[in-house]
Design a protein around this ligand. Sequence first.
Ligand code: MLT
Length: 311
Amino acid sequence: MTRPVVLIAEQLSPAGLALLEPDFEIRHVDGADRGALLAAVADADALIVRSATTVDAPVFAAAPRLRVVARAGVGLDNVDVEAATRAGVMVVNAPTSNIVTAAEHAIALLLATARNVPQAHSSLKRGEWRRAAYTGVELQDKTLGVLGLGRIGVLVAQRLAAFGMQVIAYDPYVQAAQAAQFGARLVPLDELLRASDFITVHLPKTPETLGLLGDRELRLVKPSVRIVNAARGGIIDEDALDLALKEGRVAGAGLDVFGTEPCTDSPLFQHDNLVVTPHLGASTHEAQEKAGTQVARSVRLALAGEFVPDA
Ligand code: MLT
């Protein structure tokens, strides 16, 4: 008897694979290779992706057997959920698998921008000993502006409050009392931009949030501000950030995500006060194991025609 085909388009943890291998035929494809993906989904019953694979209407049209798309992570912005619904395909994700990991990475970037860690590291490895050049700033008693007080934003707020930061937050979907429970004072966006010494972005990518921090907004911030985005590329307008860094209107930035990924070349990279990582927000062994096993369990249930509970 032929076994249902589970097509894996990005890296899946060994623990996730082990849950699928006994009962399904596992096939691999590079989800970023559009032609290969469209060919490979033709026989797939399930498709597992992370953030680098676009799963849209043409994918569903090419996949007559597809019953479930599983996103091994939080965001669903690379999956067209409406097209999936029209095609009768279930979409599942692992919404809590990497929230701690993502929060910790945002904090790592924030500390790196505060203390010039990557710049000083590269300089020392080049044989230089430049202590004055890499003088940084403290977090204590500074104002942290959290954009988006969802699961990850809350974890960042709670952790950075322990550094002695005053936390303010902007989130149109959260009530002031809820924010207060997490030690954050809710403020309008412009007030957050004007008051923050550090800004960290924890919003999903939606038509509402795309370009939320553009030229106008980046002209409201303190010139000493350091801005971190480990959420989604495009929420900070990259041209506007480039200009703000060039003109000294922003003291530093830490980016894990980009408007177009992979991003290996950008005008932004010329700025010494910009710290970058290649979308590593969800990349820890712990988070990948959780994401892999959660989606593998959901795929098993979906292919068995059973109810798939929220992970
Ligand atoms: C997520 O949304 O969970 C991450 O971006 C997943 C990933 O790293 O691919």
